[in-house]
Design a protein around this ligand. Structure first.
Ligand code: ARG
Length: 595
């Protein structure tokens, strides 16, 4: 049991014995002792003052002395400051606690029971007309981390993805490929499928813009030119054919989407993310249309003269929202209604979380209201995990279109950067095969990327700085990974040493603080899950690594002469490594055995 719980139980026993008070959980308030006072944990005595009918100082004195006498194995000393009882936990209790942590290879992780709340987390959710970019990277990392954190906090988690696989965007790529592709395939060109499709999307755009320019030079206004350009008309015709199930269009669509999925899968694999269930818009949009028609019949929505269907949300402080176009085709919102319906049919979801960028805040506000109106009781409480934009410093890695940073390029550059970093420190990697060195570069490069993105508050816009992220000093993934690798090296060297009785060790303040910090992990996980905030985990790992490095700097470990102290320090190091590894795993970050 964590020390806090042990102390709380002892305090309950004390007030029961002294004042005949049955203390509730809320009455027993424990804090960390302020650094200027002696002790590690502080009990607030005010809640017992009334029952005791004594001054706070005296109550503190009485509880302190009772604990010292009756729980000597746990409490070794105390002092009272006003209504606060500062307690020194007995070294033996800290050491026993350390041994408990060390033994539990998943310390801080709650078991997931069959009756735990079921949380569905949607993340990634790309369109199929282009490859994943830096924004998706942030999304995928957040979604994955959130899922890990929720699981560690004992929730049942279903990771899901909605692939927006139909619509005008994919028709544009298809049309361009038909016109200018000469039958190019991923095999024939050696290009990843998603990149290939992305190239045709760009080609479409280029030709389309030329057409618009041409029409405008003939005197047409821009708005009309954009609608009248032959290419866009052709793309729309293709979309209509798609909706009519035209076999040729469908076959091409299927073939090209499959290329894209093969490409996405590679990127997902490289990022280390996966899904339990993937939904496709092509399979959900009809459900959405049906629900909208139902809502129309119930008078929740209305039809305009041109045949389009709208929701009037002005009463809710929003505006009017299009749900079906005048030609009957569905929009983005329609699809989301259908997708939500299917998901709740498939799973007994207690909580639905959408990991989607903050440019869609309004969309999810509307979705929540629409689902509620349509009678889905869970609509009201859906969670939009809304994150900010991520950019690279100017001039770094602009893709050809000059707008977004490609995810695959970024991952490759990070691994290369990590490899170059380790080339500076050749001796550390001495004796490793090329393969092993490359594997370390992969772990460190991705660790740098993931940590830098996940350490910041998800809501904030951020700048991803590759150089800074890979620095071995400072608040970075590689710094924490390096701390871990250092401990693993100590562990390898300690293997031959004989065992010793830890209870004979003396415990310094620094060591006590480290044990106390180790004990915080369960509460940090709980907080990260409750606040949907994986960055707490990053902060925890960083602080722990920093504290360990100070300890490592100030104390000998393997060279300590007293066998019991040496064994204690090895045990402590081992537990730090374990917590670092488990904590970082929640962020999807692997740890190298050496680096
Ligand atoms: N595919 C969309 C886009 O790229 C994001 C989908 C987000 N999820 C959702 N349920 N609407 O903008």
């Amino acid at each position: 049991m964590i020390i806090q719980e042990q102390i709380k139980n002892a305090a309950k026993a004390a007030v029961q014995a002294l004042y005949n008070v049955e203390a509730s959980e809320k009455m027993v308030q424990l804090q960390e002792t302020r650094p200027e006072f002696e002790g590690q944990l502080t009990l607030v005595v005010f809640p017992f003052v009334k029952a005791a009918r004594k001054a706070p100082e005296q109550v503190g004195e009485e509880i302190g002395s009772w604990l010292k006498e009756n729980c000597a194995a746990l409490v070794s000393g105390y002092n009272v400051v006003k209504g606060f009882l500062n307690l020194s936990v007995a070294p033996a209790a800290w050491i026993a606690f350390l041994e408990d942590i060390s033994k539990d290879s998943r310390y801080g992780f709650k078991p997931v029971t069959d009756d735990a709340p079921l949380v569905m987390i949607e993340y990634s959710s790309p369109n199929t007309n282009k490859p994943l970019h830096l924004g998706h990277v942030r999304n995928n990392l957040l979604g994955w981390a959130l899922a890990q954190v929720m699981t560690a906090a004992g929730r049942r988690v279903v990771k899901t993805n909605i692939v927006n696989d139909r619509g005008i965007h994919i028709c544009k790529s298809m049309l361009a490929w038909l016109k200018w592709g000469n039958g190019e395939t991923p095999e024939s060109s050696g290009k990843k499928g998603d990149h290939l499709i992305g190239d045709y999307y760009v080609a479409f755009d280029k030709h389309y813009r030329e057409e618009v320019k041409q029409l405008m030079s003939q005197g047409m206004d821009e708005e009309t030119a954009k609608q009248e350009a032959p290419l866009i008309k052709e793309a729309h015709e293709m979309l209509v054919k798609w909706e009519q199930n035209d076999p040729e269009v469908r076959a091409l669509w299927k073939k090209m989407n499959e290329w894209v999925y093969a490409g996405f899968d590679e990127t997902y694999k490289a990022l280390g993310v996966s899904f339990d269930k993937i939904y496709y818009e092509s399979q959900t949009y009809l459900e959405g249309k049906e629900k909208v028609e139902e809502g129309l019949a119930k008078g929740l929505f209305y039809r305009r003269e041109d045949g389009s269907v709208w929701a009037n949300l002005t009463k809710e402080g929003l505006d009017e929202k299009l749900l079906l176009r005048s030609d009957g085709t569905s929009v983005y919102m329609t699809q989301d209604i259908g997708t939500a319906k299917l998901r709740f049919q498939d799973y007994p979801i207690d909580q639905m979380i959408y990991v989607v960028g903050n440019e869609q805040n309004y969309h999810f506000q509307v979705l929540s209201i629409l689902l509620d109106k349509l009678g889905f009781k869970w609509g009201k409480n859906l969670v939009h995990f809304s994150y900010g934009m991520v950019e690279l410093p100017n001039g770094k890695m602009k893709s050809r279109e000059g707008t977004v940073v490609d995810a695959d390029d970024l991952i490759e550059a990070m691994i290369k950067g990590a490899r170059e970093m380790s080339a500076d420190k050749v001796n550390r990697l001495e004796g490793l095969t090329e393969e092993e060195a490359q594997e370390i570069a992969r772990i460190v490069g991705l660790g740098a990327l993931k940590y830098f993105i996940l350490k910041v508050d998800a809501r904030k816009n951020m700048l991803f700085n590759p150089e800074e992220s890979i620095d071995f000093n400072g608040n970075t993934g590689p710094f924490i990974q390096y701390t871990y690798a250092r401990i693993r090296s100590i562990m390898r060297k300690s293997e031959g040493l004989s065992a010793a009785d830890l209870s004979q060790a003396t415990l310094s303040t620094k060591e006590t603080e480290l044990i106390q910090h180790l004990g915080d992990l369960p509460a940090v996980i709980e907080q990260a899950a409750g606040d949907y905030n994986p960055s707490c985990i990053a902060t925890y790992c960083y602080e722990l690594a920093k504290e360990f490095n100070q300890f490592y700097h100030d104390y000998s470990i393997l060279h300590e002469e007293n066998a019991a102290n040496r064994a204690l320090r090895i045990e402590l190091s081992k537990a730090v490594a374990q917590n670092l590894k488990n904590g970082m795993s929640l962020l999807g970050i692997e740890m190298p055995e050496r680096m």
